[in-house]
Design a protein around this ligand. Structure first.
Ligand code: ADP
Ligand code: MG
Length: 676
């Protein structure tokens, strides 16, 4: 049954779609944001400021004022004789009518202290005469323009009476979890009974909310577990190399793999021996040495006769991988193809032909690698760096293309435990727990932007020691042009400040070749200072750079700051990261700077980040526009998450009928996104 059966017109349906309400279920699960208490009248003198109240009285005066702008002003007097001002910036003639002098009305809203005394701005107004007070709290729903609260309430009520609210979960299970039935839960939240206050109803600890959160988490667990099982029953080529090329590469390296790198490589090789696709996340803090591990995994696949695709989220990062892979593999006669957006057509065609006929065994690039017209003769392994930075759409494309191949994903952003248990539950995870030896820890300094001279002196000192410097320009989210301008200005400014040094510049608008040439100069110490926008944030590896200056650090996110800072501290020299900030600092910015100042461990930073801003950005799912978890909160509801995990395991083993019904109710059209 769908919305048309409730008598909803096409026009309203289109608006409901914006609220992600497509069917009865969506309507039932469209839960109130908050509740208004219209069950009693508060006397004006008793009302607390800033708390929603309902007052009742007679209109003493109504006038339209024009200063400072056109507005409707009404004076309301209650039965105790107290007067309250009501103010409307937008109003209709019908409202003027409703509020004409002498009318008795109820106004619901928060009283605030205004310039002319206590007032309510845009209160909800209703005629008082002959109207009994409502007996229950009034739910207030998230909505869009064109869908009023009464309309939504009507639709949701109809949905509640038409939809099958019978429980998806067995009684015995609900009893042991002490959770109320689904029907009681949604009815209570939409239509609260009088014993609850708005605060109680708002509290996620209420059993009805717990039930909805549990159901949601259970649906997620079930879909992840099914995806996991499905992958294990799929097929992929068993890749067992003879180890000859791997041994040659290891012998040629100027270092030895750490024990942690050896351990994760063994886990990856073990996966590649299976006949179902690997789906492994290689996690390691910035600088932990993931690239060489991935190169050895690639060689193993090539030894076994398979083709390999290595994909990175930005062209700069992909380019660096391309250079490293070329440097490592070419001595063995293995050609590495390059495929990115900017690759010339001729080179691209040659690469595509080689990949299609199998004469080229490995390609490195951006998501250009996964365009429809790129065909691999026998792709066996896909390596994705900085996996979390790809958008949902790109991940789905990869997933579809790579269904039958082994996948190795890499990320420097550690996955907090709750996310590993939820959104990433279908992945196997390997962690590089130690950094390569001889790294000196990075010192982080917070310096006010007013002390730019000191910072420049420090830059000079660093370059005099033979070291190099990154200078990161501020993020300007509102305007790319402005950001570009800032980068160009900063470059000029630093060139003027350091006439004796070579100062490079990279930003997002440079042509790929220019970008590459600037990076090459920095890598070879021909540029002493590199001015960059945040494009350098991921993956760039120049061990001789030991100072990073970040302007307007207060504008950046924690993960970004940690990634940027990880560009230094890669060589023997003691490294410093200077975070320049400008006041005033928002609370959020203060919280972030404190975390980045106090912690160097990426895992701890990611955990704090999750606390500060929630999981959405981490998952890269913001652009999908689909809320991933609507009710549950991964940090607050860990106990429910753990229960859901156990119950999912049990249901899949013992009661697959319940699994189907529950998933159908909770996922519907969202399913494709949950497993990304
Ligand atoms: P990330 O994990 O951030 O991608 P990289 O793979 O770029 O890190 O490695 C960072 C640096 O550490 C590189 O210069 C790399 O050559 C070096 N490296 C990797 N493994 C080792 C090791 N076992 N010993 C010493 N240096 C290493
Ligand atoms: Mg890397």
């Amino acid at each position: 049954m769908n919305l048309i059966d409730l008598g909803v017109t096409d026009k309203v349906q289109a608006k409901l779609a914006k609220l992600h309400i497509h069917n009865l279920w969506d309507a039932v699960l469209h839960l109130p944001l908050r509740y208004e208490d219209e069950t009693h009248i508060t006397m004006i003198d008793d009302a607390q400021l800033g708390v929603p109240v309902q007052v009742e009285g007679e209109v003493l005066l109504q006038e339209v004022q024009f200063k400072p702008r056109k507005q409707l002003v009404v004076k309301l007097q209650d039965d105790a004789g107290s007067v309250l001002m009501l103010r409307f910036i937008h109003f209709y003639p019908s409202q003027q009518q409703q509020l004409s002098k002498g009318k008795r009305v109820r106004a619901v809203g928060e009283i605030k202290q205004g310039y002319y005394g206590d007032e309510m701005i845009h209160p909800k107004i209703r005629a008082a005469d002959n109207h009994a007070l409502s007996e229950t709290l009034t739910p207030v729903y998230p909505t869009v323009s064109g869908v009023t609260q009464p309309m939504l309430r009507k639709i949701i009520h109809a949905a509640l009476s038409k939809a099958d609210l019978s429980d998806t979960l067995p009684d015995s299970l609900l009893q042991s979890l002490r959770l109320p039935s689904f029907a009681d839960s949604v009815r209570l939240l939409h239509d609260p009974t009088p014993e609850y206050t708005p605060q109680q109803l708002h509290d996620g600890q209420l059993p009805a909310w717990q039930r909805l959160k549990f159901d949601e988490l259970l649906a997620q667990q079930l879909s992840m577990k099914l995806a996991y099982d499905q992958r294990r029953s799929g097929s992929a080529p068993k890749l067992q190399g003879d180890g000859a090329w791997c041994a040659r590469l290891l012998a040629a390296l100027p270092f030895q793999l750490t024990a942690a790198q050896q351990k994760v490589l063994a886990e990856i090789k073990h996966d590649m021996l299976q006949t179902y696709p690997m789906h492994r996340l290689l996690q390691g803090d910035v600088g932990s040495g993931k690239t060489i591990v991935s190169a050895l995994a690639a060689l193993n696949a090539i030894e076994a006769g398979a083709q390999v695709a290595v994909m990175a989220p930005t062209e700069i990062l992909a380019e660096q991988h391309f250079q490293k892979f070329t440097q490592w593999l070419e001595p063995m006669g293995i050609e590495v193809a390059w495929l990115a957006g900017s690759t010339r057509k001729k080179a691209k065609d040659a690469a595509k032909a080689g990949l299609a006929d199998g004469s080229i065994r490995i390609a490195v690039g951006t998501h250009a690698l996964f365009q429809d017209d790129v065909v691999f003769a026998d792709l066996g392994l896909v390596i994705v760096d900085e996996q979390h930075r790809f958008g949902v759409g790109q991940r789905l494309a990869l997933k579809n293309k790579g269904r039958e191949v082994h996948q190795l994903m890499m990320s420097a952003t550690p996955i907090p435990r709750t996310l590993a248990m939820s959104f990433f539950a279908d992945l196997d995870v390997s962690v590089i727990e130690e950094l390569p030896p001889n790294r000196t820890p990075i010192k982080t300094k917070l310096i006010h932007s007013g002390r730019r001279d000191d910072i420049e002196a420090f830059v000079r000192h660093t370059v005099q020691q033979g070291q190099q410097v990154y200078w990161v320009c501020p993020l300007i989210e509102e305007s790319e042009t402005l950001q570009l301008q800032t980068a160009v200005d900063t470059h000029l400014q630093l060139q003027a400040a350091f006439p004796e040094y070579s100062v490079g510049l990279v930003h997002g608008r440079l042509k790929a070749a220019e970008k590459a040439s600037e990076m090459q100069k920095f890598i070879h110490n021909e540029h002493h200072i590199l001015v960059a926008t945040t494009v350098i944030e991921v993956g760039v590896d120049v061990p001789n750079a030991s100072l990073m200056v970040i302007e307007h650090a207060e504008r950046m996110g924690l993960a970004q700051l940690h990634q940027l800072r990880g560009r230094v501290g890669r060589g023997q020299a003691a490294s410093v990261c200077v975070l320049m900030f400008t006041e005033p600092l928002s609370e959020l910015a203060k919280a972030r700077l404190k975390v980045i100042y106090e912690h160097t461990d990426g895992f701890e930073i990611a955990r704090q980040d999750l606390n500060i801003r929630g999981p959405g950005e981490f998952l890269g799912a913001k652009q999908s526009g689909i809320p991933l978890l609507r009710f549950a909160n991964l940090e607050e509801d860990v106990h429910l998450l753990e229960q859901a995990r156990d119950v999912a395991q049990w249901l899949i083993a013992e009661n697959s009928a319940v699994v189907d019904v529950h998933l159908q109710r909770w996922l519907g059209s969202r399913e494709a996104y949950l497993g990304v």
